[in-house]
Design a protein around this ligand. Structure first.
Ligand SMILES: [Fe+2]
Ligand SMILES: [Fe+2]
Length: 306
């Protein structure tokens, strides 16, 4: 086989994939079997990171990602059962991290199960969801943002008594609203300064890229792709990518939470985070400007202050 028939495996994935064989590359650029499929790793080697850069055969990619997604959910379920919030947050971060890795759309198939586990574990426990947003993880800004948006969405849904099917659908929308960022240059995503105009143009593409990825790579309801496309639109037509004024109710909800979250929870170095009350005042100004629906804003505010 040639080099293009092998794919590198991230260090964080090695202990999560057991069924497919792993390979390493020799100095002569040949690929040699490192571990047979179905066999686990020596735990000492894993702990001490004592292994070369590892690869899987390209033909095993789907099987490996399916197993990865399953194992992540099993680990997530274990952490939810143990009730340690820090562990729950870490396990959830790992799942979102993998979902936001380019060319791993197969991992998205496991997300409805992730939501089931989360809902079964924390059904209507508002405090727990609140704490989930307050635990700082070691993950990237975009992973933390995604989880916070999902936790706030759940808070909103529980407060307003949404039925379970709708709660699951909106949580999936929240978890995938920024999935298109997996196809945007990391330097732009993680820039600790205001983006240049050209960089911002590139960033804006995450909405169409996310929409197309969900349509092409998953079987999820069209509403999930629509939220990915519309979450930066505003009802007065001032948003992007299309400047439309008719935006679905789901998109409007995720938009307002998406706007509230980064201002409140984790300011970038150049922009300090604000108190929730101050952020709400800022969004209130946007409501006055006609960007967000007044009733939706009130409903969102009430779920936060109870
Ligand atoms: Fe976005
Ligand atoms: Fe977002």
């Amino acid at each position: 086989m040639t080099a293009s028939e092998y794919l590198p495996i991230k260090n964080t994935q090695i202990h999560l994939i057991e069924t497919v064989p792993f390979f390493f590359q020799t100095n002569e650029k040949d690929f040699i079997l490192y571990k047979e499929g179905g066999k686990g790793f020596d735990s000492d080697r894993l702990k001490n990171n004592k292994h070369p850069k590892l690869y899987i055969a390209a033909k095993d990619k789907t099987a490996a990602l399916t197993e990865l997604s399953k194992t992540l959910n099993i680990n997530f379920a274990k952490s939810v059962a143990s009730k340690g919030l820090k562990q729950v947050k870490e396990a959830l971060c790992s799942i979102v991290e993998e979902a936001l890795t380019p060319h791993q759309s197969k991992v998205l198939d496991g997300m409805p199960e992730t939501i089931d586990i989360l809902l079964n574990g924390y059904d209507k426990d508002k405090k727990t969801l609140k704490y989930l947003t307050q635990i700082a993880g070691n993950s990237s800004l975009i992973v933390e943002h995604t989880i916070n948006v999902a936790a706030l969405t759940l808070q909103y849904c529980f407060f307003h008594g949404f039925e379970e099917k709708k709660i699951k659908e909106l949580t999936l929308c929240a978890l995938l609203h920024d999935i298109g960022t997996s196809q945007i240059d990391k330097a732009i995503l993680e820039a600790d300064r205001k983006l240049t105009q050209r960089e911002f143009q590139v960033f804006k593409d995450h909405v169409t890229k996310g929409h197309d990825l969900i349509i092409l790579e998953t079987d999820f309801d069209i509403s999930v792709a629509t939220v990915a496309l519309e979450h930066h639109e505003r009802i007065n037509g001032s948003g992007y990518p299309n400047g439309i004024t008719k935006i679905t109710a789901d998109s409007q909800l995720i938009s307002i939470i998406d706007c509230f979250e980064p201002l409140t929870y984790r300011g970038k170095a150049f922009r300090k985070s604000k108190k929730p009350f101050d952020t709400l005042n800022l969004i209130k100004k946007e409501v006055k400007d006609g960007k967000f629906d007044r009733t939706l804003f009130k409903d969102f505010t009430s779920c936060l202050i109870r």
